[in-house]
Design a protein around this ligand. Structure first.
Ligand SMILES: Nc1ncnc2c1ncn2[C@@H]1O[C@H](COP(=O)(O)OP(=O)(O)OP(=O)(O)O)[C@@H](O)[C@H]1O
Length: 263
């Protein structure tokens, strides 16, 4: 299935707060091609999650428009899935029960369909290295395992747009690295459009076709970098001179803005 195309045109977001108006986003325009992997990096508070909430249809822009596959967004759309930093699994449901949840909410399953969905759940679990974990409960899993389960839950309905907001932010470095390789495998298999929010420059360069660098609040696009690294990517890619070049390029944008400084 082809991934969604996204057209973000002059998007602005202002929040009315008790102490005044907070402008989170200013004039964000971005076209995202079908099945591309786009990362968004930017300093804390620059509006990355705000942008993702708008793309997920969980909030409305106060200016500008967002179109997906040519239709203007005015709420959550089918075919979109979101993974957050926190796994948000239901503690009283098994791994399988958690993965099937979005499907159960949208469909009344007969026995045959349920069996088919369970088979699909097992396939997904196997793809992320959790063979045989379907009957476990979230408290029996590590942080990385739980996040893998939330990724399976996002994939159960074959999304054409997968949005991930700092999905590996709470994980230790080694698990985080493994999760990147797992995500690349998922991307190769599903070929959905992926929007990936991260604070890690290296993670963004390694995974993406494009890296969008955002300014401090109100967030706007400082630079849109096309990543010149071949796919399929592997551990080797992280030692490629181009990898370091891109990482440096992004660091320099942050340095020029005074976001990264040396003592
Ligand atoms: N519902 C809201 N009401 C008021 N202000 C908000 C709301 N949501 C976000 N903001 C403000 O908008 C700005 C952008 O927040 P956002 O969470 O999008 O940043 P972020 O780049 O995702 O930050 P981080 O990297 O720390 O997660 C912040 O100043 C935040 O306080």
């Amino acid at each position: 299935m082809a991934g969604k195309t996204i057209a973000i045109q002059n998007v602005e977001k202002k929040f009315e707060t008790r102490t005044g108006v907070v402008q989170a986003l200013s004039k964000v325009s971005l076209n995202i091609e079908s099945s591309s992997f786009v990362s968004v990096v930017g300093p804390s508070g620059c509006g990355k999650s705000t942008l993702m909430n708008l793309l997920a249809g969980l909030d409305q822009p106060t200016g500008g428009t967002i179109e997906m596959d040519g239709s203007t967004m005015n709420g959550p759309q089918s075919g979109n899935a979101v993974v957050f930093q926190k796994d948000l699994l239901l503690e009283w449901r098994t791994v399988q029960g958690n993965i099937l949840l979005p499907y159960e909410l949208e469909n009344r399953l007969n026995r045959k369909q349920l069996a088919e969905q369970k088979r699909k759940t097992n396939e997904l679990l196997s793809m992320v290295g959790l063979d045989g974990f379907g009957d476990k409960y979230p408290f029996e899993l590590s942080g990385g395992m739980k996040q893998r389960v939330s990724i399976c839950r996002a994939l159960i309905q074959n999304p054409s747009l997968l949005m991930m907001d700092e999905p590996f932010g709470a994980l230790d470095a080694l698990t985080r690295e493994q999760m990147m390789y797992d995500l690349l495998k998922i991307y190769t298999k599903y070929k959905c459009t992926i929007i990936f929010i991260t604070h890690s420059i290296e993670e963004a360069v390694f995974l993406s076709d494009r890296v969008i660098v955002m300014s401090p609040r109100p967030g706007s696009i400082l630079k849109d970098i096309s990543i010149q690294l071949e796919r399929p990517r592997s551990m080797e890619t992280r030692t490629h001179p181009k990898f370091f070049e891109h990482v440096r390029e992004i660091r320099e944008v942050f340095q020029s803005q005074g976001i990264l400084t040396e003592v």
